[in-house]
Design a protein around this ligand. Structure first.
Ligand code: ATP
Ligand code: BTN
Length: 250
């Protein structure tokens, strides 16, 4: 990948014009630490819980990062915030509009979904031995590039800013920032939760938490605990929600 200025991330770089899913490919072999797999188009892009992620050829960024952190499993929930937060900070420098972090791991621009993250981990003896971080970002899509069922809820940088972006420039900055944030995290296990909290979608608003289509908690979104769990307040009592197969809705 020319012009990449990282120490290890993306040194092993695999590029596809088309692949089923970069996450599926990342899981198909034992790739070295820091491998980045990029696709211009995915025929079976994956969201969470078997949902699908739509890609538009040459218009978005669809990639997976293979990492071998070898740290304790207690850090997993922080990891799930670290990557969205890193991409959030990078995309902030490309947009003046309202970019927010939807707990635990989506990015919203002007109340519509701009980016999604699919993290898959391998754990052995309480150690995270492998982490596959799949990232999908809508960059230069026009409204007709999104299928009817998502064009009310999805957006792209171009749709909100009214101009084309250089996908390569954004991609290179994302990789170098992710490397920096990831290496720092490995050193001190520190994540700036306070700043993530400030930029949460629906902070101070009424939200519900869904599990398998059912509401399991509702209340005012108060913020985040140090471990990345979510604080809801309902009739004066606080409820703590841990990262899991849950969906947050406004
Ligand atoms: P949650 O994380 O709260 O469950 P979600 O409803 O957005 O959020 P996910 O499984 O995280 O669900 O993401 C997949 C969903 O994202 C799909 O069901 C679809 O609605 C939406 N989606 C698919 N492709 C795109 C895209 N390119 N841009 C924005 N949204 C998309
Ligand atoms: C979500 O919002 O549920 C997560 C979407 C993740 C999409 C990315 S695109 C690159 C990588 N490959 C996949 O199949 N999914 C992730």
């Amino acid at each position: 990948l020319p012009d990449l200025n990282t120490k290890f991330l993306g040194k092993n770089y695999i590029y596809f014009e088309e692949v089923n899913s970069t996450n599926l490919y990342a899981k198909s072999k034992d790739f070295p630490d820091g491998t980045v797999i990029f696709a211009e188009y995915q025929t079976q892009g994956k969201g969470r819980k078997g949902r699908s992620w739509i890609s538009s050829k040459y218009k978005g960024l669809y990639f997976s990062i293979v990492l071998k952190p070898d740290i304790e499993v207690v850090n997993l929930s922080k990891f799930s915030l670290l990557f969205p937060y890193s991409v959030f900070k990078t995309l902030k420098s490309f947009t003046t509009t309202d970019l927010k972090i939807k707990w635990p791991n989506d990015l919203y621009l002007n109340s519509k979904k701009l980016a999604g993250f699919l993290m898959e981990s391998s754990i052995e003896n309480n150690i995270i031995t492998k982490l596959i971080v799949g990232i999908g970002i809508n960059v230069n899509q026009d409204i007709q590039d999104f299928p009817d069922d998502i064009n009310q809820v999805a957006t792209s940088l171009k749709l909100e800013e009214g101009k084309e972006f250089s996908r390569k420039e954004i991609f290179l900055k994302i990789l170098s920032n992710i490397e920096k944030d990831y290496l720092n995290f490995l050193k001190d296990k520190y994540l700036d939760i306070k700043n993530i909290e400030k930029n949460l979608l629906w902070l101070g608003e009424n939200v519900s938490i869904y599990e398998d289509g059912e509401v399991i908690a509702s209340g005012i979104l108060k913020g985040l605990n140090g471990d990345g769990s979510l604080i809801l307040s309902h009739n004066g009592t606080e409820e703590i929600i841990y990262v899991g197969d849950l969906s947050l809705r406004g």
